[in-house]
Design a binder for this molecule. Structure first.
Ligand code: C2E
Ligand code: MG
Ligand code: MG
Length: 744
């Protein structure tokens, strides 16, 4: 090899460096059939560092030897390749193999030839990605150094770009993995795996630590030889160096690279919640672009934020943030899980509702309402003890669940007898409680809670501040009623409602003086539902207003028809519910029904029950006056069961009192019913109000009533209520003859 004069490099020791620590060296392969070239190259570059690393030489003295070398060697940075060896183009052919067979894409190739005239084709230089082509004589030490430096730099950049590319792909894949993790522990373990993957290390010897503002560090995930410190304070880690590295990363909020030891990466997102992960590398990971590590850290921080966000969302969907208790959803899941167990029907559920919470909130503001809720929640939790699971199930109601069958719910009884401290005030809180035993519940958790609410509703109806126990019958009854109401709405639309008529008889003459219109419901399948069942429902739901209007119209039409058939003096009595009376449009509807049917108002009588008529006071007296002014009669139904005062009765100016059926039943029996009927008769006589007895089933009763001074009667003894056709025929048959005495 030539020794050019411009050789500026100092020769170091004659001996070549010891076997290279290849991880920290640049491997340079010399492939040349000239021994001198091997020797001189190595000598001229001995003890030389390029880009901070020494060189390690590999030798092959033919293309064949080189092939054998490349099979086992990886990470060769540069190949100094002789073109002419076994053959004129042995070197060029080897280049093809290096790139395609050995798939060594990163390695830089410098072609050397001893024959100045021989140069490879330009295409070969381009196609085989050849870095340089030099005549051996040209390669002075300096030039060789320069050529190698350029090649190694290129090699390093290619490696960094490739590492970054795979690293980025890894980060993107890793983010998806990390985001799937549940909870911080799993996330931290994922960070270890991802970080090791990025650095090309096995996932071990890693520690992940967290610091809550000011608190000591805690290891939240660890793998490999650090496994034993998982979930321990960082202080329990033996290795002081690693502890210091992690502490530094956390306090300085930065990545710390300890050459020859390891890397601590810092993942922060918001103050008070910092993560740092430590990986042992043993060598500086200088092929990894530092910005890539930053991207990784930023990405982990974003994932961490997301994990926390998801955690918080989860918390919100299962926790009530105001009172810090499980919410309705969590209680339902708890109940469902419990009910699905073999012995799951055991247990008790209570629904505790704060009385008048809306008013308290309205009067004192939401802030005060919130404080009250917190106070009530704390009282329930403390009072019911650890065996009870308490949840907030509504705005002002709490569910308390005991899984034991024999749970003692008496703790609820006096829970609020002591005042509660709310915002410095000492106030008395009243709660109402509905209690349900789970073996009384047919379905799942939501049904159990529903039943608890039903029991609560009953308790509220009975008395606020009380505790109502639930039993299966109650719930079924209430559900049955809800169903019935639903069906009734349909029935009204489907013409399943109709009227029957029951004659009213003059007891003295036996002549028919009127009829009471009574509502009937025959369902689609032919079943008859008694009015005692569906009318209270219709009243409670308000449906009675439209049903009642229909009854009025239908009864007026029938009465008009009776008049046209020659029975203008026969009255039609129509039952009117108090809800109808309270309807501001009642008089208008009444007037319209009369006008539309063409009936004389004198032919119509309105029946209203005694308790209702008396309970409404002066308003009712005024309304009665207006009804009577229109020309209609008014009768007080079920008389004797209410608490009429004599003066009120006088002021009401009603036309008739209907003695309740219960008192008629007793006539002739041992009870006091007969006496009461007598008293009512005396009252009517004194006030000048006509009397009608309902529910007369025997001739004897009719006779006794007549003797007591009762003028009119109605009951099965005379006739049962009958459909319109039958009624018309009955009336025709009984108006010509001697009357209806015992005639049905
Ligand atoms: P009410 O107005 O006191 O009607 C009298 C009830 O006694 C009727 O029962 C009738 O069928 C029954 N009855 C008549 N004679 C006898 C008898 O000799 N023995 C027995 N055991 N019972 C007799 P119904 O039709 O079942 O009606 C029950 C209640 O339903 C009525 O009591 C009334 O309060 C209400 N109601 C019926 N139709 C209507 C209506 O159109 N509107 C309103 N608001 N309420 C109605
Ligand atoms: Mg009636
Ligand atoms: Mg009655």
């Amino acid at each position: 090899m030539n020794r050019p004069d411009d050789d500026l490099l100092e020769f170091a020791a004659e001996t070549p460096p010891a076997a290279a620590n290849t991880a920290a060296c640049w491997k340079v392969a010399i492939v040349d059939d000239d021994d001198d070239v091997h020797r001189s190259t190595e000598l001229s570059l001995a003890n030389t560092e390029i880009l901070g690393r020494p060189l390690a030489f590999l030798h092959a003295r033919s293309a064949a030897e080189a092939r054998a070398l490349f099979v086992g060697e990886r990470d060769i940075a540069v190949i100094l390749l002789d073109v002419v060896m076994e053959t004129q183009d042995a070197g060029l052919l080897l280049v093809d193999e290096i790139r395609h067979r050995f798939r060594m894409q990163d390695v830089r190739i410098i072609l050397r030839t001893g024959q100045p005239g021989y140069a490879p084709e330009l295409e070969a230089i381009r196609d085989y990605d050849i870095n340089d082509y030099r005549n051996k004589s040209e390669l002075s030490r300096t030039r060789l150094y320069a050529a190698l430096t350029a090649a190694i730099r290129a090699y390093q950049q290619i490696r960094i770009v490739n590492a970054s590319r795979t690293g980025l792909a890894h980060i993107v894949r890793g983010s998806a993995e990390l985001l799937r993790s549940e909870g911080l522990g799993e996330f931290a373990a994922g960070v270890i795996t991802q970080m090791a993957g990025l650095l090309g290390l096995p996932p071990e010897g890693l520690v992940c630590a967290r610091r809550d503002a000011g608190a000591p560090c805690e290891v939240i995930a660890a793998a490999g030889r650090f496994d034993h410190v998982s979930r321990q304070p960082l202080a329990s880690l033996q290795d002081a160096g690693i502890r210091a590295t992690l502490e530094r990363a956390l306090t300085q909020r930065t990545n710390v690279l300890e050459p020859g030891q390891g890397i601590a990466l810092y993942f922060g997102s918001r103050p008070g919640r910092d993560l740092a992960a430590y990986v042992e590398t043993g060598y500086p990971a200088d092929e990894l672009d530092p910005t890539l590590l930053e991207v990784f850290c930023a990405n982990v921080s974003v994932c961490l934020d997301n994990i926390e966000l998801v955690q918080r969302l989860n918390e919100y969907s299962y926790f009530d943030p105001l009172v810090h208790l499980p919410n309705r959803r969590q209680l339902l899941e708890l109940l469902d899980a419990h009910l699905n167990e073999r012995e799951g029907r055991r247990g008790v559920l209570a629904v505790v509702d704060i009385d008048h919470f809306g008013e308290i909130n309205g009067a004192f503001g939401y802030h005060y309402g919130d404080a009250l809720l917190k106070g009530v929640a704390a009282r329930i939790v403390a009072g019911c003890g650890p065996a009870a699971r308490v949840a907030r199930v509504g705005s002002d109601s709490f569910g308390v669940f005991w899984s034991a069958h024999d749970a003692d719910v008496s703790c609820l009884d006096g829970l609020f007898s002591e005042p509660l401290e709310v915002e410095g005030d000492s106030i008395i809180v009243s709660v109402t409680v509905g209690v349900v035993r789970l073996d009384d519940v047919g379905g799942d958790g939501s049904e159990a809670l529903e039943d608890g609410y039903l029991a609560l509703k009953r308790a509220k109806q009975a008395e606020r501040g009380s505790v109502a126990r639930y039993n299966r019958g109650v719930s079924e009854e209430i559900r049955g009623r809800v169903n019935l109401l639903h069906n009734l709405r349909g029935a009204f639309g489907a013409n399943e409602l109709f009227l029957v008529f029951q004659p009213q008889i003059d007891l003295a003459t036996g002549r028919c003086v009127g009829a009471e219109a009574l509502l009937r419901w025959r369902t689609g399948d032919g079943a008859m539902i008694p009015p005692d069942r569906f009318i209270p429902l219709a009243e409670r739901s308000g449906l009675i207003v439209s049903i009642g209007e229909w009854v009025l119209r239908r009864a007026c039409e029938e009465a008009a028809r009776m008049a046209r058939a020659g029975h203008a003096s026969v009255r039609m009595a129509v039952n009117v519910s108090v809800i109808q009376f309270r309807d501001p449009h009642f008089l208008g509807r009444l007037r319209a029904a009369i006008e539309d049917s063409g009936v004389s108002p004198r032919q119509i009588e309105l029946e209203i029950t005694e308790s209702v008529a008396m309970g409404e006071g002066d308003r009712m007296i005024e309304l009665f006056g207006r009804v009577k002014a229109m020309g209609l009669d008014i009768a007080i139904d079920d008389f004797g069961t209410g608490f009429s005062s004599l003066s009120q009765l006088q002021r009401m100016n009603v036309d008739r009192l209907k003695i309740d059926r219960a008192f008629i039943n007793d006539i002739g029996g041992a009870g006091k019913g007969g006496d009461i009927a007598g008293l009512v008769c005396g009252l009517g006589d004194r006030l000048g109000i006509e009397l009608i007895a309902e529910g007369i089933e025997q001739a004897e009763q009719a006779g006794r009533l007549q003797a007591m001074g009762c003028q009119l009667g109605q009951g099965y003894h005379f006739a049962r209520p009958m459909p319109a056709e039958d009624w018309r025929a009955w009336l025709a048959a009984h108006s010509s003859g001697s009357g209806a005495q015992g005639g049905c």
